[in-house]
Design a protein around this ligand. Structure first.
Ligand code: FHN
Length: 406
């Protein structure tokens, strides 16, 4: 679970009755309210949100429980987005939830405790490049007054590195999720600055994972693809795609384009079958609660995962060509039975399903979550099977094939 939550969750895409002009990324409201006029909301005006930030509905345990019940295994929470506002009691900058808002609670601390209690890993999104609050922080490319090298160094040494250090020492996170994109970050995120940032993390917590949106792929642990961009094949390296429930990352009060369950499930299954992770984002409201449409979808995903989780967790892409009718994953560990999982996207098809190139005959095969065996036939091109009559076809059914070994 990815979580975008901050000051921008209060206006939620609408500022004094005016809908923001671009992108529908509500967390960008400061810079995109007046789009295509690029003048931002002045900082003093944006900062009136500080006095309003009082998300009394925030309940870290409830958030973590919803992630867990949806079958998720880690939570990455935005602790500082581009507006520079920190969701923990930072000693480095007073521009934070404890020192500058009436809420005064350390949201990061509460989430870390809640996630650990439920056995979820915890990761931190930290906007290391864009920071619209601090002198020298990165600004959108259309901003006329870009910081010079000296100013960037000042930001790097005085805010970015000290805050990352503080987060590592305070919370020992499992993962850092940095965010940068395009050519425009390159002059800012020089090798020297990135080396220092990566060294700092490794020196305090060597097994803390780092994503590629730090600004390069060398020395990082996994690739973060572009937003909502799902690869059509196995990338051969550890990867993750983050996706939205609708269009905005943070809560947008006018964003009603909710993705249907079938689409969310296909992102999850496609990702697993192509060797990646799916990080689904939630944008809690300014009161700190999840929207009903998000809760409903999380519960539906959880229900599906309860039955089919074994076909997703700890699996790898199968070594056969991807069938037109669905997807495949496999699990094999020395000394234990091996499994192949077939996800059926078109369960009502009259055609038999063929796993091309599979020659080993499974010991048995069944539809997960049922006691219905599946009849298998060996053909010249591979193994063929049909779904038994009356199998429930309202969600993506999965056939599990068990082998002595693979
Ligand atoms: O600009 C951000 C955006 O607001 C959001 O945080 C996403 C999440 O991947 N990252 C950036 C755009 O790619």
């Amino acid at each position: 679970m990815f979580i975008h939550f901050g000051l921008y969750s209060i206006p939620a895409g609408v500022w004094k009755g005016k809908r923001m002009g671009r992108n529908d990324y509500a967390e960008w409201i400061r810079y995109q309210l007046n789009w295509p006029d690029v003048n931002p909301i002045p900082k003093e005006e944006y900062d009136t949100l500080l006095a309003e930030f009082n998300p009394t509905g925030f309940d870290a345990e409830a958030w973590a429980q919803m992630a867990k019940d949806a079958g998720m295994r880690y939570m990455v929470v935005v602790l500082k987005h581009h507006d520079g506002f920190a969701l923990w009691n930072s000693q480095v900058s007073d521009y934070n939830v404890v020192k500058a808002t009436p809420f005064k609670r350390d949201i990061a601390a509460e989430l870390v405790t809640a996630c650990r209690k439920l056995g979820l890993k915890i990761g931190f999104y930290y906007s290391h490049w864009q920071d619209w609050e601090f002198p020298g922080g990165g600004l959108p490319k259309w901003e006329a007054h870009q910081p010079d090298d000296k100013a960037v160094d000042y930001y790097w040494d005085t805010k970015c590195l000290p805050q990352v250090k503080e987060l590592l020492e305070k919370f020992s996170p499992d993962l850092f999720w940095f965010d940068s994109w395009g050519e425009e970050c390159k002059t800012y995120l020089t090798n020297d600055r990135l080396d220092r940032l990566i060294r700092l993390i490794r020196s305090i917590k060597s097994d803390c994972l780092i994503n590629s949106r730090i600004g390069r792929v060398e020395g990082v642990d996994f690739i973060s693809n572009d937003d909502n961009s799902f690869p059509d094949q196995n990338l051969g390296v550890p990867w993750e795609t983050s996706g939205t429930f609708n269009e905005s990352w943070s809560y947008h009060r006018l964003d009603t384009k909710w993705k249907p369950l079938a689409q969310l499930l296909s992102h999850l299954i496609d990702s697993a079958s192509r060797g990646g992770n799916y990080q689904l984002n939630v944008g809690p409201t300014g009161e700190g609660v999840f929207q009903p449409a998000a809760i409903e979808r999380l519960q539906q995903i959880g229900k599906w995962m309860q039955v089919h989780g074994a076909a997703i967790y700890e699996t790898r892409p199968a070594p056969y060509s991807e069938p037109r009718w669905g997807r495949l994953t496999q699990k094999k560990n020395p000394g234990t039975p091996a499994f192949l999982y077939a996800f059926i996207y078109e369960p009502s098809s009259d055609e038999p399903f063929l796993i091309e190139g599979m020659n080993d005959m499974p010991k048995r095969a069944w539809v997960m979550g049922t006691d219905k065996g599946v009849a298998i036939q060996k053909t010249d091109s591979g193994i063929q099977f049909r779904l038994p009559d009356k199998v429930s076809v309202d969600r993506v059914p999965v056939v599990c094939f068990e082998f002595e070994s693979l």
